[in-house]
Write a protein that binds this ligand. Structure first.
Ligand SMILES: [Zn+2]
Length: 278
């Protein structure tokens, strides 16, 4: 069941065009997913550091993989797309660089890391997109549904972070000093995250929706206090008509509606199971 070269070329082009339309940027990983060679769940597991190399889960031959990468590059050059080096960093506490290939060959690794940007993008949008591609991903902390044990200390807890050998408790991951801020207050969340040198997003799996849902963030306590203070000051200062809105309710409610509501600190149990907003 060998794939004829022209057939593979068309499939690579179709996958690349689809990714470009959807995200205005395309990389080899998008194409492998588009070709059906990789499942999005496998990419997610790899990004979480649970899979050593991306090629390790692929069942296609190295020759076909290499052909697909080459076809993507040829298509991108022909389309006049510009290349940009994206950050592929594991969502693990050590934030190590993700590995694509079994061989670790620098040329192959670079080919996987290269993202191609649409030439139609205005300069500003291109810069923002490039910046976003280079930013390391957020750390993801999971509020588990089942019993679990830390692979380092054997303990357990309300929250865990996945590392390559398995789940770690926040103590062992050096994240135990962070406090939990539940989702729902955009301004407070944004400010707290910006002020915190280290932060993580907290998710929980929803069995009904079959996906992970954001519960809130973990940030440094001082950052949260500073953010709350800023929000309170805004609230006191907020004039009628702020942001061009004319009604008092419109002007006031979006600004840190939850400042008066105390955070649940590290006590995650205080949060109802599927709360995603307040
Ligand atoms: Zn532990």
């Amino acid at each position: 069941m060998a794939t004829r070269p022209e057939n593979l070329e068309q499939r690579v082009v179709d996958a690349a065009e689809a990714a470009l339309v959807e995200r205005q940027v395309v990389g080899a990983v998008d194409v492998l997913v588009g070709l059906g060679w990789l499942a999005p769940s496998q990419v997610a597991a790899w990004r979480q550091g649970r899979i050593e190399t991306l090629e390790g889960v692929l069942t296609v031959s190295p020759a076909k993989l290499s052909a697909a990468r080459r076809l993507l590059e040829q298509w991108a050059h022909a389309r006049g797309l510009s290349a940009s080096d994206a950050a592929y960093v594991a969502r693990t506490p050590d934030r190590r660089a993700l590995r694509f290939s079994e061989s670790g060959d620098p040329g192959i690794e670079r080919a996987y890391r290269t993202h191609w940007l649409s030439p139609e993008l205005p300069a500003g949008a291109r810069e923002r997109l490039t910046e976003r591609q280079r930013r390391p991903p957020e750390l993801v902390v999971i509020a588990p549904l089942n019993d679990w044990a830390c692979t380092a200390c054997g303990g357990t807890g309300d929250l865990l972070i996945m590392d390559t050998p398995g789940p770690l408790c926040l103590d062992c991951a050096d994240l135990d000093h962070l406090v939990f801020l539940s989702a729902g207050d955009t301004a407070l969340t944004r400010r707290a995250k910006r002020a915190s040198r280290l932060s993580a997003v907290v998710v929980r799996f929803s069995r009904t929706r079959r996906r992970y849902e954001r519960q809130g963030i973990l940030v440094e306590e001082e950052a949260l206090e500073r953010a709350e203070q800023e929000c309170l000051e805004d609230e006191e200062r907020a004039p009628v008509g702020v942001n061009g809105k004319s009604s008092v309710a419109d002007a006031r409610t979006p600004i840190c509606a939850s400042v008066s509501r105390r955070r649940s600190s590290a006590c995650f149990r205080a949060v109802p199971p599927t709360t995603t907003s307040c």
